[in-house]
Design a protein around this ligand. Structure first.
Ligand SMILES: [Zn+2]
Ligand SMILES: [Zn+2]
Length: 111
C-alpha cells in the first residue's frame, strides 16, 4: 500500500535569495587569491591525485585537493614543485593533526 502525497509541504515557490548575483560574483572572485597560484601549479605538476591515498580528482572535485608544503614553509614554493604534495582534504588534515596529536587526542576520542 502506497499513498502518494503530492503538493503537501512545499508551498510558496519563491526561494528567497540570500545573495544577489553581484555578491556571488564578488565571492567567486575572492577565491582567486594570489596563494592559489602555487596550488594551480602543483596540481599541474603532480596531477589531480592525492599523494597519500591515491584518490583521484577531476575538474569538478579538484577543490577537495589541497597543496601541502612538505617542509611546512608556505613561502617555500620552488617552481619545480619539489616542496609541494597534493593531498586531499582528509589526508591533509591527518597530516597536520600529527603535529598536534596531544591536542587532538585530548579533545577527541576516536571510535
Ligand atoms: Zn588522500
Ligand atoms: Zn599542509
Amino acid at each position: 500500500m502506497r499513498k502518494k502525497r503530492l503538493g503537501s509541504g512545499k508551498k510558496g515557490g519563491k526561494p528567497g535569495p540570500h545573495q544577489t548575483i553581484d555578491e556571488m560574483v564578488a565571492e567567486l572572485k575572492g577565491l582567486g587569491r594570489p596563494d592559489s597560484d602555487y596550488r594551480k601549479r602543483s596540481l599541474e605538476i603532480h596531477g589531480l591525485i592525492c599523494a597519500k591515498c591515491a584518490r583521484e580528482f577531476d575538474e569538478k572535485t579538484r577543490h577537495l585537493l589541497t597543496v601541502h608544503h612538505k617542509d611546512g614553509n608556505h613561502r617555500n614554493n620552488p617552481s619545480d614543485g619539489s616542496n609541494w604534495e597534493n593531498l586531499c582534504v582528509y589526508c591533509h588534515e591527518d597530516e597536520h593533526s600529527r603535529g598536534t596529536l596531544g591536542d587532538y587526542l585530548s579533545g577527541h576520542e576516536d571510535k
